[in-house]
Structures are given as structure tokens and as C-alpha cells.
Design a binder for this molecule. Structure first.
Ligand SMILES: [Zn+2]
Length: 146
């Protein structure tokens, strides 16, 4: 690494220009670390900011932010979709609801009334004795024909 000293040029992140630019070292912290630097572009004097450290931090922040944004939209979207599907399916109900019991027998399109989960729509028949039911908050697999 080249020796740094007052008057020499160093790359620093400029807080005014918001860019990594050539700066002139004004004062040194120790023999290897610049303290105050002057931006060659805007002539402002400020504390030396290691451009590699600044860059790394920014990219990590960005990754965390985008991951958070993604999971937020993702979960919100899927909840809305289930609720929307449920509202639509329940709205189409013309035949009334069947009380859900494990002994009952249900077919696709049946609207069931579950003591815990409320109203749900039978979306799928699984194996011989299971149904996949769309409830307002989520899909659940229930037993029937027991
Ligand atoms: Zn500047």
C-alpha cells in the first residue's frame, strides 16, 4: 500500500458530491489513515471516508431492504389472494352451507361451516377421505367420511 501523507491524493467518499472522488489529504489520523480530506471536485473539507467500507455497507443495506420489501409484499399479497378467493367463492354460494363433521361427506364446491375455522369452500378432494378447504385466512386439509 502506498504511503499516505498530507498533500497526497486519496480516494474518499465525498458527503457533498455523494460520490467516490479524489481528495487531497489535509490531516492524518496516523501514518496509514487520513483524517481530514479536501474534495478536489467541490473543495469541501470533511472527514476521510473509506470508499470500500462505504460501498460495502450500502450494498448490504440494499440487499436487506429489498429482501424485507419482498417478503412484506409477498405475504400481504398471498393473504389478500386467499381472502379474495374465499370472498368470491362464498359469494357464489346459492345452495347454503353444510355443517362440517368428520363423519360428513363433501364434494367439490360445497360450502362448509366449520366450528373453529368458520365458513370454507371445498376446493379439492384428496385420497378418499380428505378435502382441501379454502377458509378466509388459509387453505386447510380436513378429514371426512370417517
Ligand atoms: Zn465533493
Amino acid at each position: 500500500m502506498a504511503e499516505l501523507s498530507v498533500g497526497k491524493e486519496v480516494l474518499s467518499h465525498c458527503s457533498k458530491c455523494k460520490l467516490i472522488l479524489a481528495h487531497i489529504i489535509v490531516t492524518m489520523k496516523d501514518t496509514k489513515l487520513a483524517d481530514k480530506v479536501q474534495c478536489k471536485t467541490c473543495k469541501a473539507t470533511h472527514t476521510f471516508k473509506d470508499p470500500s467500507a462505504t460501498k460495502a455497507k450500502t450494498s448490504v443495506d440494499k440487499v436487506i431492504k429489498s429482501a424485507k420489501a419482498k417478503s412484506r409484499t409477498g405475504s400481504r399479497k398471498s393473504t389478500e389472494t386467499v381472502a379474495e378467493l374465499w370472498t368470491k367463492a362464498i359469494g357464489k354460494n346459492t345452495t347454503g352451507t353444510k355443517s362440517y363433521t368428520i363423519k360428513g361427506s363433501f364434494i367439490m364446491g360445497d360450502i362448509i361451516d366449520h366450528p373453529t375455522f368458520g365458513q370454507g369452500v371445498v376446493e379439492k378432494l384428496i385420497d378418499n377421505n380428505k378435502i382441501e378447504v379454502l377458509f378466509q385466512d388459509d387453505y386447510r386439509t380436513l378429514m371426512h367420511k370417517k
